[in-house]
Design a protein around this ligand. Structure first.
Ligand code: ZN
Length: 242
């Protein structure tokens, strides 16, 4: 890494301060009642979407049961009708054969009736699921409306904070432009990994990032070393004042 100038190191500490202010503002935003209300409604939209997907799957299964039962009823009814005509068209004359044909017809009729009962139940299920889907759709429309209203309320409540954040965004960009790319990238990586603080300053024999006192030996090393070092305690960037 190229040697950063004293001005750039000051700028880096200023950028760190900007990032801290941004984080504080973001926490304040998250803590807004209006924000929490909004998130509640957003969460509800997600849950309704999930319930909708599950219900749609159930409906697909029930509809396929319905089609299967309808086909089976058709097949069995055709078979019953064919056997009935055989019974009456005079092709079967033998008494015993007629009796067995009658028994067969009765058995097929029982199975048709069973399938029809089952079909009725499935049709009720399908109807219930279709109703539920319609309800879920309606609830989602209402909830999405609430999200919109809550967004307006949140934006209104957060106006000041958002304006401040926008300003800080401009400041941050200006500060970032004044820094060498590799230094900024190193700071960003550290800040991301350690909860928002990527650089500290040696002050009163301690690192301002981790606030841990350093040993005299460490301090002597740091004071005789380059103006940008690594904190021996927290491994963040450490600016050593001249
Ligand atoms: Zn430290």
């Amino acid at each position: 890494m190229s040697e950063a100038t004293a001005e750039q190191l000051d700028l880096l500490l200023e950028l760190q301060a900007t990032d801290h202010r941004v984080r504080r503002l973001q926490h304040q935003l998250d803590d807004l009642v209006e924000q929490q209300t909004l998130e509640g409604h957003r969460q509800r939209v997600v849950e309704l979407g999930r319930a909708h997907d599950e219900t749609r799957l159930e409906l697909e299964r029930a509809s396929s049961d319905q089609r299967r039962l309808e086909r089976e009823v058709d097949v069995l009814s055709e078979r019953r009708d064919a056997e009935r005509s055989r019974l009456y068209d005079g092709t079967v004359t033998n008494q015993r054969e007629m009796q067995s044909l009658e028994a067969e017809i009765a058995s097929v009729e029982r199975r048709v009736a069973e399938h029809e009962d089952e079909l009725l139940e499935v049709l009720e299920t399908v109807e219930g699921l279709e109703q539920r889907l319609a309800d879920l759709d309606a609830q989602r429309v209402t909830e999405e409306q609430r999200v919109e209203e809550a967004t307006v309320a949140r934006d209104d409540a957060a106006k000041g904070l958002l304006a401040e954040l926008a300003e800080l965004g401009v400041v941050r960009e200006r500060q970032a432009q004044g820094l060498p790319e590799d230094l900024l990238a190193r700071y960003d990586r550290l800040a991301e990994r350690t909860g928002g603080t990527g650089v500290g300053k040696l002050e009163h024999n301690a690192c301002t990032a981790c606030r841990l006192d350093l040993s005299m030996a460490d301090i002597n090393d740091l004071l005789t070393g380059p103006p940008l070092a690594t904190c021996p305690q927290c491994q963040r960037l450490l600016v050593i004042p001249a």
